[in-house]
Design a protein around this ligand. Structure first.
Ligand code: XMP
Length: 325
């Protein structure tokens, strides 16, 4: 196993040529480490696990088994993208688990944010364990650990991430990008041919839309949130705003009165939040042009069933956190 300390002499990977060299090096190292054994990877579709998957597919092909758990709290189209890119285009050994009902049943009536997070995290471990138990001859566990995970949380992938894996899984780790910073992982991802949108996607919390569907999650409000969030992302893309660090919709669990087609129409508000930050410890507000805000408001209130108002959150961090819960 390689050291967890980045050598001072290690050159920052900033160009495709440097990425190619890194990839070739890692392919050789992974082949040497795993031989003809099988490797298991929890593939969330996030940048880090996607880059590790693409790298390992190149190195060991079908010896890599990817498990993608859809907890039903993904953004619109995300699980479909994982299936398309990894299952179809890269022809990976991909196990897709649609655990939507399981999660939403467990989360029904649970309003307390930390309790929601705990349920989502624990269920992920259970499902991953169940899938691993069905497989034979798995000797290694691959992880998208990156260097900040090592520095900030002693090697545990994203301290509050759903990506936490069963501690009692006694498998040797394969962590090909553990000495890289996020920007380097992205350069490597592009060199591996992953879609730009996947490699440069904004951060998305492990518990997904679960922390943005405020209070106790219901299927109808979760659906409205997902649709509103998709509209926001589409309009940010169209209007050249997708450089913004993180932008999303949160939907609280109360309704207000409105009017639609001349009739009283009660609906939830969609709260828009768009922030810029370097390290997520502090954040400033992106100044979205009013014309874009009008367009987003118009689309969300007309296209999304159940939403009748759009509000904009102008609170920096501190005093607000980035997420609402
Ligand atoms: P906050 O809300 O604490 O968020 O200002 C800082 C960054 O962390 C992300 N975040 C999470 N990520 N699991 C995660 O994997 C979580 O429970 C979680 N909560 C917040 C948030 O999206 C932001 O980028």
């Amino acid at each position: 196993m390689t050291s967890n300390i980045r050598p001072e002499t290690m050159e920052r990977i900033t160009t495709p040529a440097l990425a190619e060299a890194f990839i070739a090096e890692q392919i050789a190292a992974v082949r040497e480490q795993v031989g003809d054994k099988k490797v298991l990877l929890a593939l969330s579709g996030g940048v880090d696990s996607s880059v590790v998957a693409a790298l390992l597919i190149k190195a060991i092909g079908k010896q890599l088994v990817c498990v993608h758990v859809n907890h039903g709290l993904m953004r619109k189209g995300e699980s479909e993208d994982v299936i398309r890119v990894f299952g179809e285009e890269l022809d990976a050994n991909l196990i897709y688990v649609d655990a939507t009902d399981r999660y939403l049943d467990l989360l029904a009536g649970v309003a307390e944010p930390e309790r929601k997070r705990k349920i989502i995290g624990e269920e992920f471990i259970k499902i991953f364990d169940e899938e691993a138990a069905k497989l034979e001859g798995i000797s290694f566990l691959a992880q998208g650990t990156i260097y900040p995970d090592i520095i900030e949380s002693k090697g545990v992938k994203a301290h509050h991430n759903v990506g936490g894996l069963p501690e009692d899984m006694e498998m040797e780790l394969v962590e090909p990008v553990k000495l890289l910073y996020k920007d380097e992982v992205r350069v490597v991802g592009e060199a591996l041919g992953l879609p730009h949108a996947m490699v440069y996607r904004q951060p998305f919390p492990g518990p997904g839309l679960g922390v943005r569907c405020l209070g106790a999650i219901t299927r109808d409000r979760l659906h409205a949130l997902r649709e509103a969030d998709a509209i926001l992302r589409e309009e940010f893309d169209k209007n050249g705003l997708n450089h913004v660090w993180q932008y999303f919709v949160a939907v609280p669990d109360f309704k207000s009165v409105g009017v639609r087609d001349g009739k009283r129409y009660e609906g939830w508000p969609a709260i828009i939040r768009a922030v810029n930050t370097v390290d997520a410890m502090t954040a400033t507000i992106e100044e979205i042009p009013y014309a874009v805000l009008h367009r987003i408001t118009d689309r969300i209130t007309h296209e999304v069933e159940g939403i009748n108002r759009v509000c904009l959150d102008l609170t920096p961090k501190p005093i607000g956190t980035i997420e609402w819960e």
